[in-house]
Design a protein around this ligand. Structure first.
Ligand SMILES: O=C(O)CCC(=O)C(=O)O
Ligand SMILES: [Fe+2]
Length: 313
């Protein structure tokens, strides 16, 4: 199972000029998003909701954040597993991340900023809030398109109000030497959806259904859209979450902004439209946060497919 540079992820243009809800091509585009997710479990979205200035500002903010002393970054403690501060682990020496949960809420962005910079950092706070809101809009576009294609718009509307966005700025130190070095272990995300954006440094690898690793290369105006385990349960197994990892090469540090989507205070249930004779119900309704906590237990960590173990039928 070697890496393959031949394979590429599909690219879908979701920039404003290509999205006209009233045009006849809208339905075709919705189907394209859904079928691409079913087939590839992820894709690269071209999206113009984040300006060049905002992009520069958020990566600058990210660098400032990681330049803070470790003891300051470690103050970021979250109840959600794998979300607070992670760094300097013997197994993953290149990896460091901090999670900001419910980041599209101004008070949250402000209190996180205050925790990191007690004397204030207005530009950090504004960049984080603006960036997260802009990518949350991309999520709502993608989810609406998936829901439209499945004919489950009302069902999506019922969970949309319970959507929580977690922004996870992540840094990978450059690899030492010419060998590929592990940045992040293979895993699937526990989210509903994940949206990744990177500085110019590649490193993400996604496994295809055939077990090949794709080295993902994407431009500054694009985002990796990837399904998480919760999406697999919500869609009754139609859209699966891909295994992915990070391998570092080259002489530059890598900065990534991951926006992870989860559903709070609302049980995720398979829409009845996605259950029929050919597609028997595969998952019980479940609480997304309880599932994320389950993943953190011995049983969850050992499970080959935690979402099936947790709420599979
Ligand atoms: O660094 C990346 O591109 C992916 C990060 C990732 O998979 C994660 O944080 O779950
Ligand atoms: Fe991931």
């Amino acid at each position: 199972m070697g890496s393959s540079t031949q394979l590429k992820l599909p690219v879908i243009d979701l920039s404003s000029k290509s999205l006209d809800l009233n045009s006849s091509s809208w339905v075709t585009k919705c189907d394209e998003v859904r079928h691409t997710l079913e087939e590839h479990r992820c894709f690269i979205a071209v999206y113009d909701g984040v300006s060049r200035e905002l992009r520069d500002a958020i990566f600058l903010a990210s660098q400032e954040l990681f330049n803070l002393p470790t003891e300051v970054k470690a103050l970021n403690i979250l109840d959600t597993p794998y979300s607070g501060y992670s760094g300097q682990q013997a197994m993953l020496p290149l990896y460091e991340s901090l999670g900001i949960e419910d980041v599209t809420t101004a008070e949250v962005a402000e209190s996180f900023t205050k925790l990191m910079w007690p004397s204030g950092n207005q530009s950090f706070c504004e960049s984080v809030l603006m960036y997260s809101k802009a990518v949350a809009e991309l999520d709502q576009i993608v989810m609406k398109m998936v829901a439209k294609s499945y004919g489950i718009e009302e069902h999506y509307e019922s969970i949309r109000g319970s959507t929580i966005y977690l922004l996870k700025p992540t840094k990978y130190l450059r690899a030492q030497g010419n060998e590929k070095s592990l940045g992040l272990l293979p895993h699937s995300d526990k989210s509903m959806m994940t949206y990744l954006h990177q500085n110019e440094v590649n490193g993400l690898e996604i496994m295809t259904k055939d077990g090949e690793w794709i080295e993902v290369d994407y431009t500054p105006s694009s985002y990796v859209v990837m399904a998480g385990d919760a999406c697999m349960a919500w869609t009754n197994g139609r859209i699966e979450a891909p295994t992915h990892r990070v391998m570092m090469t080259g002489d530059k540090d890598r900065y990534v902004l991951g926006l992870f989507v989860s559903i709070r205070d609302h049980h995720i249930q398979v829409p009845q439209q996605l259950v029929d004779e050919d597609h028997p119900l595969l998952f019980h309704a479940f609480d997304h946060y309880k599932f994320m906590h389950f993943y953190h237990t011995d049983e969850g960590i050992k499970s080959e497919c935690p979402i099936k173990t947790y709420c599979g039928i």
